[in-house]
Design a protein around this ligand. Structure first.
Ligand code: CA
Length: 232
């Protein structure tokens, strides 16, 4: 079922920006809901899940990035598209925002046209559910919904941690992560685990990939950590 009008939830504590966004988005044909903080945004999401959230990074109380993380961790809202708003000079937020699962980010001040183009692009991408469901690297395929990994249609036997590790790597290809960062991202930072645990699971992952010559994708970066890349 396709809806004619997409519902955008604007989460922004500054009333003037919220008003400007409501005005521009309504003019562009979107239905708009507004929240001034994360808590009321959460209530609105629970009542009527929007088609996309425009989420300010700096919010009083629960921050935008914490809300984004919560949305991603909740099964019902896991695939809800999120565009983060950040202020100029807070570029480091961009990476963190994308890491917690924002689909895009936009830096203030921005032009209305740019914002609307970004919103439409994200909605287009999320509309077809297949685009988000499969990650690819060479002949390696990871089905994020069915939790299956295949190479040339052969199913790989991966443990849950190896699956999460590979999933994280494939969605952040060509970037180096320290063991600590991998622990935070893949294991979650609520429990204490030694860093060498990462090495153990990297070894297991490589062993499974080795049979297909894909273990070279999981690269050790001396003194830094690990990187997933198709380039040597
Ligand atoms: Ca703000």
């Amino acid at each position: 079922m396709s809806k004619d009008t997409s519902l955008i939830l604007v989460v922004e504590d500054e009333a003037s920006i919220r008003e400007m966004l409501r005005y521009s988005l309504s003019r562009a044909g979107f239905a708009v809901q507004e929240a001034a903080d994360a808590r009321s945004a959460q209530d609105m999401i629970n009542q009527t899940p929007p088609d996309l959230i425009l989420l300010d990074w700096m919010l009083p109380g629960i921050s935008g990035v914490d809300l984004a993380q919560k949305i991603r961790q909740t099964a019902r809202t896991r695939d809800l598209p999120i565009i983060m708003l950040t202020a100029r000079g807070e570029e480091e937020h961009k990476l963190r925002g994308l890491e917690v699962g924002a689909d895009d980010y936009i830096t203030k001040p921005f032009s209305t046209q740019e914002l609307i183009a970004r919103i439409k692009a994200v909605l287009r991408r999320s509309g077809g559910n297949d685009t988000r469901a499969t990650l690819q690297a060479g002949e390696l395929n990871l089905d994020t919904v069915g939790h299956r990994v295949t190479i040339k249609d052969k199913l790989l036997e991966l443990g849950p941690t190896e699956f999460r590790l590979l999933h994280f790597f494939m969605s952040h290809a060509d970037r180096v992560f320290s063991r600590g960062q991998l622990l935070d991202q893949v294991w979650g930072n609520t429990i204490y685990i030694e860093e060498r645990t990462v090495d153990v699971h990297i070894r297991r992952l490589r062993k499974v990939l080795e049979e297909y010559g894909c273990d070279r994708y999981v690269q050790t970066v001396r003194g830094s950590g690990y990187r997933f890349s198709q380039q040597v």
